[in-house]
Write a protein that binds this ligand. Structure first.
Ligand SMILES: [Fe+2]
Length: 187
């Protein structure tokens, strides 16, 4: 199974800089973990994000940050398990992502605790006592990257440069099709 793919997008560097500015100005850099950004306010600052994926015929409809400063903040998890939800998200590195790895694992589902989040979406986090995880893939998110968020994954943070700040996008169409070789841009 292919777990990730790098993709080219328009205005990558502009989006990185404007997003970082937005996070600094609005004091978001201290929000550890997954935080949904106020969409309207963000897009006013960074309208380039809306058209960045036009070559693939998809648009972002929501965005969030995933910020880590240590290893414990990112246990192996599954974002959700639902055929109604996308299999993939698109991540964009914003700050200090070099040297960190997003790791993918094979883990029996019985090894996870299941939670319902405030946003009503489910979430699966590996039990602290589990020893059944086998790493099957990893990617350094230093370019825009499609990743399978319905497979077990975690972020192995490069502790020499924190906070690690990544932006995670929900698209209007499941970007899983960008994992296919003929659509993909491999560096
Ligand atoms: Fe995740």
């Amino acid at each position: 199974m292919k777990y990730y793919n790098y993709i080219e997008i328009d205005n990558f560097e502009v989006i990185q800089q404007k997003t970082l500015d937005f996070l600094v100005i609005n004091d978001f850099l201290n929000t550890i973990g997954f935080s949904i950004l106020p969409w309207k306010e963000y897009i006013e600052v960074c309208p380039e994000l809306i058209t960045a994926f036009d070559r693939y015929g998809i648009k972002p409809i929501a965005t969030a940050t995933y910020i880590t400063t240590n290893q414990e903040q990112s246990p192996i998890h599954i974002d959700n398990l639902s055929h109604l939800r996308p299999l993939c998200r698109i991540n964009i590195p914003i700050l200090n992502c070099a040297g960190s790895k997003t790791e993918f694992y094979k883990v029996p589902l019985t090894e996870f605790d299941h939670f319902i989040q405030k946003n009503k979406l489910d979430y699966y986090r590996i039990k602290e006592t589990s020893s059944y995880a086998t790493k099957v893939s990893e990617v350094e998110i230093i370019y825009p990257t499609v990743i399978r968020t319905q497979e077990p994954h975690r972020v192995n943070t490069n502790m020499n440069t924190v906070p690690r700040v990544c932006m995670s996008l929900t698209m209007d169409k499941d970007p899983v099709f960008l994992l296919e070789d003929d659509c993909a841009f491999n560096r």
